[in-house]
Design a protein around this ligand. Structure first.
Ligand SMILES: [Zn+2]
Length: 296
């Protein structure tokens, strides 16, 4: 009966366009066999997928398709939406995900035992436009957020702001300047001052993310950790960066488990490796990054 309640709104005359859109996706999930969906994904599909899961309308006229496999997984675990934590691991591309597999054990366990991993095409090789695309479902050309100075000026709303507008509480834990345009627009915003010690910075991001998960009943939380990116830029030991990152992810995953939430972890662009360690690697826009979906 609980499942039926999800599919049948009480008053049909109250249906809005996005209700019908969401219902059509539920019907597709029920009726179409899995092999009808192409096995090629993009970071642009994360926001539309979250929008369907939380029954939210996006403001983009040309948004890409939600990812059916994520919705199937999410509905199978929790037929009514539970808290989702969206964690961006800066510069985690497919090559580093496998090369640092010994250190990134928690990420591989989440993908192998508690969920799955999809390879997603990137849309930019820079953090700010890439994260704006993850949060809006729009290309950098469409959202126009290319530098941190553009963050407060864009007229396009992120999935976090759209959820707030439509009655779902959201939060974000990120760098202080990037967080400032979100203050007053989300239920909970925590900005961490950028500092030379990136390990300490990520520790604070992790602690405040866990605190936000435990103290506030939010539907969606966004967080962004940066140790791998900083170490890659400086040519430092990426195995150490991966161990530090994995420890933070492990603590966050435990907190998500404690509140019976869903965890989405993705990279944002191909790693910017320093000349000394990059070899023949070319930093191009169309790279692939992992998107891990788990119910830890
Ligand atoms: Zn980045």
């Amino acid at each position: 009966m609980a499942t039926a309640a999800v599919f049948l709104p009480v008053h049909f005359y109250e249906l809005k366009i996005y209700d019908l859109y969401m219902m059509s996706w539920r019907c597709i999930l029920m009726l179409k066999p899995d092999q009808t969906v192409k096995n090629s994904f993009s970071l642009l599909q994360i926001a539309p997928t979250l929008a369907v899961y939380f029954h939210i309308a996006l403001d983009s006229p040309a948004r890409p398709r939600p990812i059916k496999r994520i919705l199937e997984f999410a509905y199978a675990r929790y037929p009514t939406p539970h808290t989702v934590l969206l964690l961006v691991v800066d510069s985690l591309d497919m090559e580093l995900y496998y090369e640092l597999g010994n250190e990134l054990r928690t990420l591989h366990r989440l993908a192998g035992q508690d969920g799955f991993m999809l390879e997603c095409e990137t849309v930019s090789n820079h953090t700010t436009p890439a994260i704006a695309s993850i949060l809006t479902g729009l290309t950098p050309e469409s959202h126009g957020i290319l530098t941190s100075a553009d963050v407060g000026r864009s007229t396009r709303k992120s999935i976090l702001e759209l959820m707030e507008d439509q009655g779902r509480k959201t939060g974000a834990v990120l760098e202080k300047k990037g967080s400032e345009p979100l203050i007053g627009r989300l239920s909970c915003v925590y900005g961490i001052s950028d500092c030379a010690d990136i390990v300490e910075y990520d520790r604070q991001i992790t602690e405040h993310t866990i605190s936000m998960l435990n103290k506030h009943r939010l539907h969606l939380i966004f967080a962004h950790i940066r140790t791998i990116d900083r170490f890659a830029h400086r040519g430092w030991d990426l195995h150490r960066a991966a161990r530090i990152t994995d420890r933070n992810v492990s603590e966050i995953a435990d907190a998500v488990s404690g509140i019976e939430g869903l965890l989405l972890i993705c990279g944002d662009h191909r790693a910017h490796l320093s000349r000394a360690s990059s070899g023949e690697r070319i930093v191009d826009i169309k790279a692939k990054v992992p998107l891990i979906v788990a119910a830890p």
